[in-house]
Structure formats: C-alpha cells, structure tokens
Design a protein around this ligand. Structure first.
Ligand SMILES: NC(=O)c1ccc[n+]([C@@H]2O[C@H](COP(=O)([O-])OP(=O)(O)OC[C@H]3O[C@@H](n4cnc5c(N)ncnc54)[C@H](OP(=O)(O)O)[C@@H]3O)[C@@H](O)[C@H]2O)c1
Length: 284
C-alpha cells in the first residue's frame, strides 16, 4: 500500500492516477469526509486526515510501505508540519519516504521554497529511507488560462516577456513519483523534474497560437502595488515568486527527469495537445 497526501489537489490526483495506471494499491489522504469520486474511480482507498495532526496522520499511514508526501501549496506550516510528520512516518514503519519538493528550494527570497529546503535538511536526521523530487513549475498551471486565450488572443504573463521557465508536464512529474516510490537504488537521492524547453512568454504564445488556431500575443501582466505582507502568506509567496521568475527565470536541466523516466519528457506543445480546449478548433 502506497499513501499519497494532499490527494485532493492537482499534484496528488496526478500521482494517484499514475500509480493506479500501473496497478499499485493507493491510500489517498484528503481533508474532510465528502465523497471523492475522482479518486475512488482510480480504485484509491480514500482516508480523511489533517496533515497537521500527527495522530490522524499515524492512522492514515498504518500498514503502508511507502509514502508520497505532498504538502498543500503556499502553506506557512510546511517546514514545521512536515518535520513533525517525519516522526509519525518513522513510527508507522514507512519503508520508503518520498518528499515532493520544488526546483531550487534554496532560493530564500521565496518562503515556500525555503520551507522545502528546511524539510530537505531535516530528512537526514529522520531515520527514514528518503528520496526527494524537485519539480519545476508545471505546464498545467497555464491550463486555466486557455479558454480566455482562445477567446481574447492574449496570453498574460505575470513573470514578464523575457524570462524563461522550463515548464514540466505534471504527468511526467507523476511518472517520476512512481519511479521514486517503487524502484530500488534511489535512497538518499534528490531528483530534479524539469521540462525540456526554456519557454519565454512570447514562445508560449506562439505555441498557444498553434494549438488554438488563432493569433496569440503575450502581454506583460506585472503584478502591481506593494508586495503583500508576509502575514498574508499565500499572496506574499505568489508575488515574490513572480518577482523572482521575472528577475531570474525558473529554468533547469531536463537530463535528470529523462534519466529517471528512461524516455524524453513532454514538450509544451505535447502538453497542449492533451488539454481539451472547447473553442480551440473554431478559433475566433
Ligand atoms: N504548481 C506547481 O507548479 C508546483 C511546482 C513544484 C512544486 N509544487 C508543490 O506541489 C505541492 C502541491 O501543490 P498543488 O498545487 O498540487 O496543491 P493544491 O492543488 O493546492 O492541493 C493541495 C491539497 O491539499 C489538501 N489539503 C489542504 N490542507 C490540508 C491539510 N491540513 N491536511 C491534508 N490535506 C490538506 C487539499 O485537498 P482537499 O481539501 O481536497 O483534501 C488541497 O486540494 C505544493 O507543496 C507545491 O509547492 C507545485
């Protein structure tokens, strides 16, 4: 049995799907008791637990051999919460612990990256057999904009028009998670999951134009106003993240992910081809 946390989110659901497609038994940890048809359709055993509560976590981990630990996005409790959870995982006898981190966790200007860096630091003292996956930004993050781009012809980039991102398809990230959860010889390894292209906003606009069959222009959607205070953690993190991307880009090498998967990773055009875009074929 493999446990996946934050299974109600986009990353967790993708990992559950990838495990299911290879026939693995999965326990999907969610919040609350509402039905999760999207997870039960993947034959997952759905369990409610609060990741901040070690007692409920221990129940969720009981009898599992491996854990894929995803912490909710932009959450101020990540460093302390995961560190507490490491003890619960050891207590539960988890034989393989995989942590979903981020590319460049050491970038301290972004608190949600720095929190993951502190978690990675704590792994050595955890007594667990651990592995870490460090994904770049997902190509899937842009999916929510596609309908607007299809109708308005504008791709809005909060990181400007010149910096690049090595967007990675979430299915490739999830496939890498399966490798880390199931294959031997990877303990103590930290693996980057980076897409194959360095994509500026104008290049993304070109690829969107090809997918949507209409002209698309990239526009600079620079976040205005002062940086939200650190007390508004999600807004603060989002803003300093886009400021960092604007200044430095968010790119890396695809080589590690290709080696983990044993195949080329998906390009942004391949990602777009898999996303249903209702009005795309008509164009306007
Ligand atoms: N997006 C990216 O490009 C990217 C890139 C690299 C790394 N990451 C990392 O990936 C991780 C997941 O991001 P995501 O965008 O997939 O997350 P997400 O969509 O925000 O999902 C997180 C899920 O966690 C669940 N949750 C919230 N509080 C919880 C709690 N106290 N206990 C248990 N579950 C709780 C919620 O699910 P329910 O309430 O539905 O159960 C929520 O849907 C983050 O740590 C992020 O930093 C993201």
């Amino acid at each position: 049995m493999i446990v996946v946390t934050a299974a109600g989110g986009q990353t967790g659901a993708a990992v559950v799907r990838a495990l299911w497609s290879r026939g693995h038994r999965v326990r999907a940890v969610v919040t609350g008791s509402r039905d999760r048809p999207e997870l039960t359709a993947l034959a997952a055993d759905v369990v409610a637990a609060d990741l901040r509560d070690p007692v409920s976590v221990e129940v969720a981990l009981a009898g599992a051999e491996a854990l894929y630990l995803i912490w909710p996005n932009f959450d101020p409790d990540e460093a302390a919460g995961v560190t507490a959870l490491l003890a619960a995982a050891r207590q539960a006898g988890i034989g393989r612990f995989v942590y979903h981190s981020v590319l460049r966790p050491q970038a301290r200007s972004m608190p949600h990256h720095a929190a993951k860096d502190r978690v990675e630091e704590a792994l050595d003292a955890s007594g667990l057999a651990w592995r870490v996956l460090q994904p770049c930004a997902y190509a899937d993050n842009l999916d929510g904009q596609l309908a607007d781009v299809a109708s308005g012809g504008l791709f809005r980039s909060p990181w400007g028009l010149t910096a690049a991102q090595s967007l990675v398809d979430l299915r490739d990230v999830a496939d890498a998670a399966v490798v880390l959860l199931t294959e031997d010889g990877l303990d103590g390894g930290t693996f980057e999951a980076v897409g194959p292209e360095r994509l500026t906003a104008p290049r993304i606009a070109e690829l969107l134009a090809g997918r949507l069959g209409r002209a698309v222009t990239a526009v600079d959607a620079e976040p205005g106003g002062p940086v939200p205070p650190a007390s508004d953690y999600p807004a603060h993190c989002r803003r300093v993240m886009f400021d960092h991307y604007r200044a430095h880009g968010f790119t890396g090498s695809p080589r590690v992910l290709e080696a983990l998967l044993g195949r080329p990773t998906r390009t942004f055009a391949e990602h777009l081809a898999s996303v249903p875009v209702p009005d795309a074929e008509e164009g306007t």
